[in-house]
Design a protein around this ligand. Structure first.
Ligand SMILES: Cc1cc2nc3c(=O)[nH]c(=O)nc-3n(C[C@H](O)[C@H](O)[C@H](O)COP(=O)(O)O)c2cc1C
Length: 333
């Protein structure tokens, strides 16, 4: 037997594999199937800043004090009824899941500004969440806004949330920063409990006949794991906080790779949407079997053995490998 246990965000888990933030928690039957399939923890879908501010703006509507700027802002977001949850329903969901499962529940707040909406972090804690993921997904297209300002804002959001909460807080980041490692270290220094790497950007396409922007959500494949592995390997052992992979985890070998690069936890969403909640059992069993076959006594023994600091060829993660790869390309022309 191999001891697969891990500690993520200070939470002792039986193994590193869990469903990531997604639509699973809309159905308590699915939540139970995930737990029955061995989920080490349950990550809830996000409560979005827009859901909170929209509800507040909605209240203002009733009081007839809104101006044009509100109307413009409102037009960017789905109609209220199309948001599945308002803040109250979200808090109810947190306590419902908390009461229903025996594994840790990680809630998620998703937004971009330091503002009153962040007070929901405290309410999420009070509703029973064991930890909080703060997703700072943003697409900053304003040329007046520089990198330092964006990063300071993220740090400020974390500091505000950490001040209010006793439960651990992870930040879910995208990879689109000039220096991911520097931002990770800054977050680490102000007390982040974990980093979740990386948000997937949902890329809009265009319809050239209708001259419309097309919104589509394509599920991931294992190839999307590769940038996560690189940054996991670069950060492992260099930050104090926990590290989790999200993006491109579809097979037991994807879990092994994530662990070797240093992940304390591994989240999966697309694979579960494609194959059903029971795919989690396939991942856990396959991962356990691989660990036994390769005679690892524990996950901790294996974790990080391919990190930048510990792998036999650290240059393979860096520019040297890029140059070598391009120069060595041999293919038919
Ligand atoms: C349908 C769907 C809903 C999602 N909802 C959320 C969400 O509410 N909050 C969040 O942080 N990420 C959300 N995500 C992103 C996932 O948590 C995950 O980071 C991303 O899908 C990459 O992982 P994967 O390759 O395993 O799918 C969602 C993804 C999908 C496909």
């Amino acid at each position: 037997m191999s001891d697969l246990s891990t500690t993520y965000l200070g939470l002792r888990l039986e193994h590193p594999i869990m469903p990531g933030a997604g639509p699973f928690v809309d159905d308590m039957g699915v939540v139970r199937r995930l737990e029955d399939s061995g989920a080490a923890a349950i990550v809830l879908r996000s409560l979005f800043e827009e859901q909170i501010t929209r509800e507040e703006v909605g209240t203002l509507h009733h009081m007839q004090v809104h101006g044009d700027s509100f109307a413009e802002a409102l037009s960017y977001f789905p109609e209220h009824s199309r948001f599945r949850f308002g803040p109250d329903e979200y808090l109810e969901m947190v306590s419902r899941v908390h009461l229903a499962v025996g594994v840790p529940v990680i809630a998620s707040l998703n937004g971009t500004t330091r503002g009153g909406w962040l007070r929901y972090a405290k309410q999420i804690e009070e509703a029973g969440a064991h930890a909080l993921e703060l997703n700072v997904y943003d697409v900053e297209a304003d040329p007046e806004v520089g990198a330092a300002e964006i990063e300071d804002n993220i740090i400020g959001m974390l500091v505000d949330v950490k001040k209010a909460l006793k439960i651990p807080v992870a930040v879910k980041l995208s990879s689109f920063f000039t220096s991911v490692a520097h931002l990770a270290r800054r977050l680490d220094e102000v007390g982040v409990d974990g980093l979740v790497l990386f948000n997937r950007f949902y890329q809009p396409d265009i319809d050239v006949e209708e001259l419309e922007v097309k919104h589509s959500l394509k599920l991931s494949s294992s190839t999307e794991l590769l940038p996560r592995l690189r940054w996991m390997a670069a950060l492992s052992g260099r930050v104090r906080c926990s590290l989790a992979v999200t993006g491109g985890v579809h097979t037991p070998i994807d879990v092994v790779k994530s662990g070797m690069c240093g992940a304390h936890a591994v989240q999966t969403v697309s694979a579960l949407l494609q194959h059903g909640p029971e795919h989690l059992r396939t991942l856990v069993d396959g991962f356990r079997q691989w660990m036994v076959e390769h005679e690892y006594a524990s996950y901790e023994q294996m974790r990080g053995n391919m990190s930048l600091d510990r792998c036999p060829d650290p240059h393979a993660y860096e520019r040297a490998n890029y140059v070598k790869t391009l120069l060595n390309w041999r293919g038919e022309l």
